[in-house]
Design a protein around this ligand. Structure first.
Ligand code: DO4
Ligand code: MG
Length: 294
Protein backbone atom coordinates (compact mmCIF):
# COMPACT_ATOMS: atom_id res chain seq x y z
CA UNK A 1 0.00 0.00 0.00
CA UNK A 2 1.32 3.44 -1.00
CA UNK A 3 0.16 6.95 -0.17
CA UNK A 4 0.34 9.80 -2.67
CA UNK A 5 -0.66 13.46 -2.73
CA UNK A 6 -1.95 15.17 -5.86
CA UNK A 7 -3.23 18.59 -6.85
CA UNK A 8 -7.05 18.56 -6.84
CA UNK A 9 -7.56 22.29 -7.47
CA UNK A 10 -5.24 25.32 -7.48
CA UNK A 11 -5.87 25.69 -3.74
CA UNK A 12 -6.23 22.10 -2.56
CA UNK A 13 -4.21 18.89 -2.53
CA UNK A 14 -5.76 15.46 -2.07
CA UNK A 15 -4.23 12.51 -0.22
CA UNK A 16 -4.91 9.11 -1.78
CA UNK A 17 -4.12 5.44 -1.22
CA UNK A 18 -2.64 3.43 -4.08
CA UNK A 19 -3.29 -0.30 -3.68
CA UNK A 20 -1.08 -3.10 -4.97
CA UNK A 21 -3.45 -3.57 -7.91
CA UNK A 22 -3.01 0.11 -8.84
CA UNK A 23 -6.43 1.29 -7.66
CA UNK A 24 -6.50 4.83 -6.29
CA UNK A 25 -8.78 5.72 -3.39
CA UNK A 26 -9.22 9.22 -1.97
CA UNK A 27 -8.42 9.58 1.74
CA UNK A 28 -10.25 12.21 3.83
CA UNK A 29 -7.14 14.37 4.27
CA UNK A 30 -5.35 17.11 2.35
CA UNK A 31 -1.87 16.13 3.58
CA UNK A 32 0.14 13.21 4.96
CA UNK A 33 0.84 15.16 8.16
CA UNK A 34 -2.91 15.51 8.75
CA UNK A 35 -3.28 11.76 8.18
CA UNK A 36 -0.38 11.04 10.57
CA UNK A 37 -1.96 13.20 13.23
CA UNK A 38 -5.21 11.23 12.88
CA UNK A 39 -3.51 7.82 13.13
CA UNK A 40 -1.05 8.76 15.89
CA UNK A 41 -3.86 10.17 18.08
CA UNK A 42 -5.64 6.82 17.86
CA UNK A 43 -2.47 4.75 18.28
CA UNK A 44 -3.63 2.75 15.24
CA UNK A 45 -1.76 0.82 12.55
CA UNK A 46 -1.38 2.94 9.39
CA UNK A 47 -2.43 0.05 7.16
CA UNK A 48 -5.54 -0.70 9.24
CA UNK A 49 -6.48 2.99 9.18
CA UNK A 50 -6.17 3.14 5.37
CA UNK A 51 -8.05 -0.11 4.84
CA UNK A 52 -10.90 1.11 7.05
CA UNK A 53 -11.07 4.43 5.23
CA UNK A 54 -11.21 2.96 1.73
CA UNK A 55 -13.47 -0.01 2.58
CA UNK A 56 -16.69 1.67 1.46
CA UNK A 57 -15.35 4.09 -1.14
CA UNK A 58 -15.03 3.86 -4.89
CA UNK A 59 -11.67 4.18 -6.65
CA UNK A 60 -10.77 7.43 -8.42
CA UNK A 61 -11.35 7.20 -12.18
CA UNK A 62 -8.02 8.79 -13.15
CA UNK A 63 -4.80 6.81 -13.59
CA UNK A 64 -1.68 7.67 -11.56
CA UNK A 65 0.11 9.06 -14.65
CA UNK A 66 -2.72 11.58 -15.17
CA UNK A 67 -2.41 13.13 -11.70
CA UNK A 68 -0.34 16.18 -10.82
CA UNK A 69 1.68 14.49 -8.08
CA UNK A 70 2.85 16.64 -5.16
CA UNK A 71 5.39 16.10 -2.40
CA UNK A 72 3.98 13.05 -0.58
CA UNK A 73 4.94 14.56 2.79
CA UNK A 74 5.78 18.18 3.58
CA UNK A 75 8.43 17.33 6.19
CA UNK A 76 9.58 20.16 8.44
CA UNK A 77 13.03 18.61 8.24
CA UNK A 78 14.82 16.13 6.00
CA UNK A 79 17.94 14.64 7.56
CA UNK A 80 20.51 12.52 5.74
CA UNK A 81 23.16 9.93 6.53
CA UNK A 82 26.52 9.89 4.80
CA UNK A 83 29.13 7.26 3.95
CA UNK A 84 26.83 4.35 4.75
CA UNK A 85 27.83 2.48 1.58
CA UNK A 86 31.36 1.51 0.54
CA UNK A 87 30.79 3.23 -2.79
CA UNK A 88 30.13 6.54 -1.09
CA UNK A 89 33.22 6.23 1.12
CA UNK A 90 35.42 5.63 -1.94
CA UNK A 91 33.83 8.47 -3.92
CA UNK A 92 34.34 10.90 -1.01
CA UNK A 93 38.00 9.88 -0.70
CA UNK A 94 38.47 10.44 -4.42
CA UNK A 95 36.93 13.92 -4.43
CA UNK A 96 38.92 14.90 -1.30
CA UNK A 97 42.11 13.45 -2.91
CA UNK A 98 42.97 11.38 0.16
CA UNK A 99 44.11 7.78 0.10
CA UNK A 100 44.51 6.49 3.66
CA UNK A 101 42.99 6.97 7.09
CA UNK A 102 40.68 9.78 5.99
CA UNK A 103 37.71 11.08 7.98
CA UNK A 104 35.55 9.18 5.48
CA UNK A 105 37.37 5.91 6.24
CA UNK A 106 36.92 6.59 9.94
CA UNK A 107 33.23 7.45 9.81
CA UNK A 108 32.46 4.39 7.67
CA UNK A 109 33.79 2.17 10.48
CA UNK A 110 32.92 4.32 13.50
CA UNK A 111 30.17 3.44 15.97
CA UNK A 112 28.55 6.87 15.41
CA UNK A 113 27.29 7.36 11.82
CA UNK A 114 27.45 10.63 9.88
CA UNK A 115 24.12 12.49 10.00
CA UNK A 116 23.36 16.00 8.76
CA UNK A 117 20.36 18.28 8.34
CA UNK A 118 19.76 18.08 4.58
CA UNK A 119 16.66 20.14 3.94
CA UNK A 120 13.69 22.05 5.25
CA UNK A 121 10.11 22.09 3.98
CA UNK A 122 10.65 25.04 1.64
CA UNK A 123 13.87 23.69 0.13
CA UNK A 124 12.36 20.29 -0.68
CA UNK A 125 10.61 19.63 -3.99
CA UNK A 126 8.30 16.84 -5.12
CA UNK A 127 7.84 14.81 -8.31
CA UNK A 128 8.46 16.67 -11.59
CA UNK A 129 9.50 19.93 -9.90
CA UNK A 130 12.97 21.17 -10.89
CA UNK A 131 15.97 20.45 -8.69
CA UNK A 132 18.59 23.19 -8.94
CA UNK A 133 22.34 23.08 -9.50
CA UNK A 134 24.53 25.71 -7.83
CA UNK A 135 26.15 28.55 -9.75
CA UNK A 136 29.48 28.19 -7.86
CA UNK A 137 30.20 24.50 -8.44
CA UNK A 138 31.50 22.60 -11.48
CA UNK A 139 30.91 19.05 -10.19
CA UNK A 140 27.36 18.22 -9.16
CA UNK A 141 25.47 14.95 -8.98
CA UNK A 142 22.18 13.51 -7.77
CA UNK A 143 22.41 11.11 -4.83
CA UNK A 144 19.62 8.52 -5.11
CA UNK A 145 18.70 7.33 -1.62
CA UNK A 146 16.06 5.41 0.27
CA UNK A 147 14.26 7.71 2.74
CA UNK A 148 12.67 6.61 6.01
CA UNK A 149 9.46 8.44 6.93
CA UNK A 150 9.37 8.67 10.73
CA UNK A 151 6.88 9.58 13.39
CA UNK A 152 8.03 11.79 16.23
CA UNK A 153 9.12 8.83 18.36
CA UNK A 154 11.39 7.57 15.55
CA UNK A 155 9.17 4.73 14.36
CA UNK A 156 9.54 3.98 10.64
CA UNK A 157 6.10 4.58 9.14
CA UNK A 158 7.05 4.32 5.50
CA UNK A 159 9.67 4.43 2.76
CA UNK A 160 10.14 7.11 0.12
CA UNK A 161 12.68 7.91 -2.61
CA UNK A 162 14.98 10.87 -2.00
CA UNK A 163 17.54 12.78 -4.04
CA UNK A 164 20.35 14.32 -1.95
CA UNK A 165 21.72 16.72 -4.61
CA UNK A 166 25.41 17.24 -3.91
CA UNK A 167 28.36 19.35 -4.97
CA UNK A 168 31.45 17.15 -5.15
CA UNK A 169 33.99 19.94 -5.70
CA UNK A 170 32.77 22.03 -2.75
CA UNK A 171 32.82 19.03 -0.38
CA UNK A 172 36.13 17.81 -1.85
CA UNK A 173 37.80 21.15 -1.20
CA UNK A 174 37.15 20.93 2.53
CA UNK A 175 34.74 18.67 4.47
CA UNK A 176 33.82 21.66 6.64
CA UNK A 177 32.01 22.99 3.57
CA UNK A 178 29.51 20.10 3.85
CA UNK A 179 26.44 22.32 4.48
CA UNK A 180 27.25 24.32 1.32
CA UNK A 181 27.85 21.09 -0.63
CA UNK A 182 24.46 19.79 0.43
CA UNK A 183 21.98 22.59 1.17
CA UNK A 184 20.69 25.21 -1.25
CA UNK A 185 17.46 26.12 -2.99
CA UNK A 186 15.69 22.97 -4.33
CA UNK A 187 18.64 20.71 -3.44
CA UNK A 188 16.42 17.88 -2.21
CA UNK A 189 13.57 16.03 -3.82
CA UNK A 190 11.25 13.46 -2.27
CA UNK A 191 8.58 11.24 -3.82
CA UNK A 192 6.65 9.99 -5.64
CA UNK A 193 4.81 7.94 -2.97
CA UNK A 194 5.19 6.71 0.59
CA UNK A 195 5.20 2.93 0.81
CA UNK A 196 3.74 1.95 4.18
CA UNK A 197 6.40 0.11 6.21
CA UNK A 198 3.86 -2.51 7.26
CA UNK A 199 3.60 -3.60 3.62
CA UNK A 200 7.34 -4.14 3.05
CA UNK A 201 8.64 -7.66 3.68
CA UNK A 202 12.36 -6.81 3.63
CA UNK A 203 13.50 -3.16 3.51
CA UNK A 204 17.11 -4.38 3.10
CA UNK A 205 16.24 -5.63 -0.36
CA UNK A 206 15.20 -2.55 -2.32
CA UNK A 207 16.77 -2.13 -5.77
CA UNK A 208 17.62 1.52 -6.45
CA UNK A 209 18.19 2.61 -10.05
CA UNK A 210 19.20 6.06 -11.21
CA UNK A 211 18.93 7.22 -14.82
CA UNK A 212 20.02 10.58 -16.19
CA UNK A 213 18.84 11.83 -19.58
CA UNK A 214 20.38 14.66 -21.63
CA UNK A 215 18.62 15.81 -24.79
CA UNK A 216 16.34 12.77 -24.40
CA UNK A 217 19.35 10.38 -24.51
CA UNK A 218 20.17 8.12 -21.57
CA UNK A 219 23.65 9.25 -20.47
CA UNK A 220 23.92 7.41 -17.15
CA UNK A 221 22.26 4.40 -15.59
CA UNK A 222 23.37 2.73 -12.36
CA UNK A 223 21.80 0.41 -9.80
CA UNK A 224 22.44 -0.88 -6.30
CA UNK A 225 20.55 -2.66 -3.55
CA UNK A 226 19.89 -1.64 0.06
CA UNK A 227 21.42 -4.99 1.15
CA UNK A 228 24.78 -3.21 0.60
CA UNK A 229 24.05 -0.73 3.44
CA UNK A 230 26.70 -0.90 6.19
CA UNK A 231 24.24 -0.08 9.01
CA UNK A 232 20.73 -0.92 10.22
CA UNK A 233 17.92 1.62 9.79
CA UNK A 234 17.12 1.56 13.54
CA UNK A 235 20.75 2.39 14.29
CA UNK A 236 20.63 5.46 12.00
CA UNK A 237 17.30 6.59 13.48
CA UNK A 238 18.61 6.17 17.05
CA UNK A 239 21.39 8.72 16.34
CA UNK A 240 18.88 11.17 14.86
CA UNK A 241 16.75 10.88 17.99
CA UNK A 242 19.58 11.30 20.53
CA UNK A 243 18.94 14.44 22.64
CA UNK A 244 16.94 15.83 19.71
CA UNK A 245 13.38 16.93 19.07
CA UNK A 246 11.96 15.39 15.90
CA UNK A 247 8.56 15.77 14.30
CA UNK A 248 5.93 13.55 12.72
CA UNK A 249 6.87 13.21 9.04
CA UNK A 250 10.61 13.75 9.40
CA UNK A 251 12.45 12.01 6.55
CA UNK A 252 15.85 10.41 7.08
CA UNK A 253 17.77 9.69 3.86
CA UNK A 254 19.94 6.62 4.33
CA UNK A 255 22.91 7.41 2.07
CA UNK A 256 23.84 6.96 -1.54
CA UNK A 257 24.90 3.75 -3.22
CA UNK A 258 24.70 4.85 -6.88
CA UNK A 259 27.30 7.34 -8.08
CA UNK A 260 27.80 8.54 -11.69
CA UNK A 261 31.33 8.28 -13.16
CA UNK A 262 33.86 10.76 -11.76
CA UNK A 263 33.94 12.87 -14.93
CA UNK A 264 30.16 13.38 -14.81
CA UNK A 265 28.48 16.61 -13.75
CA UNK A 266 24.81 17.63 -14.05
CA UNK A 267 23.77 20.30 -16.55
CA UNK A 268 20.76 22.55 -17.06
CA UNK A 269 18.05 20.57 -18.88
CA UNK A 270 19.11 17.11 -17.63
CA UNK A 271 16.33 14.84 -16.41
CA UNK A 272 16.92 12.65 -13.32
CA UNK A 273 14.90 9.50 -12.68
CA UNK A 274 15.28 7.44 -9.51
CA UNK A 275 13.37 4.18 -9.30
CA UNK A 276 12.62 1.83 -6.43
CA UNK A 277 10.02 -0.54 -7.89
CA UNK A 278 8.09 -0.96 -4.60
CA UNK A 279 7.77 2.86 -4.32
CA UNK A 280 7.76 4.24 -7.87
CA UNK A 281 9.84 6.59 -10.01
CA UNK A 282 10.92 10.02 -8.79
CA UNK A 283 11.55 12.31 -11.81
CA UNK A 284 12.96 15.82 -11.67
CA UNK A 285 14.32 18.14 -14.36
CA UNK A 286 17.56 20.00 -13.57
CA UNK A 287 17.76 23.81 -13.65
CA UNK A 288 20.83 25.99 -13.25
CA UNK A 289 20.65 28.66 -10.54
CA UNK A 290 21.85 32.01 -11.82
CA UNK A 291 24.81 33.54 -10.03
CA UNK A 292 23.61 36.25 -7.65
CA UNK A 293 25.81 39.32 -7.17
CA UNK A 294 26.38 40.16 -3.51
O1 DO4 B 1 30.11 12.92 3.71
C1 DO4 B 1 29.30 13.38 2.97
C2 DO4 B 1 27.95 12.94 2.72
C3 DO4 B 1 27.88 11.71 1.89
C4 DO4 B 1 26.49 11.39 1.52
O2 DO4 B 1 25.62 12.23 1.41
C5 DO4 B 1 26.13 9.99 1.22
O3 DO4 B 1 26.94 9.08 1.44
O4 DO4 B 1 25.02 9.78 0.75
MG1 MG C 1 23.82 11.48 0.34
Amino acid sequence: MRIISYKLTEERNQLAALTDNDQLYPLPFTSFLEFMNHVENRDQSYLTAVNEMIADSLPIEARLEELDLQLPVRSYEVWACGVTYLKSRDARNLEAKVTTNSYYDKVYDAKRPELFLKSTERRTVGPNDPVFIRSDSNWQIPEPELGLVLNKTGKIIGYVIGNDMSSRDIEGENPLYLPQAKVWKHSCSIGPAIRLAETVANPYDFDITCRIFRNDQLIFEGSANTSQLKRRYEELVSYLMKDNETFDGTVLLTGTCVIPPDEFTLQEGDQIEIEIPEIGVLSNPVRQLAAVKN
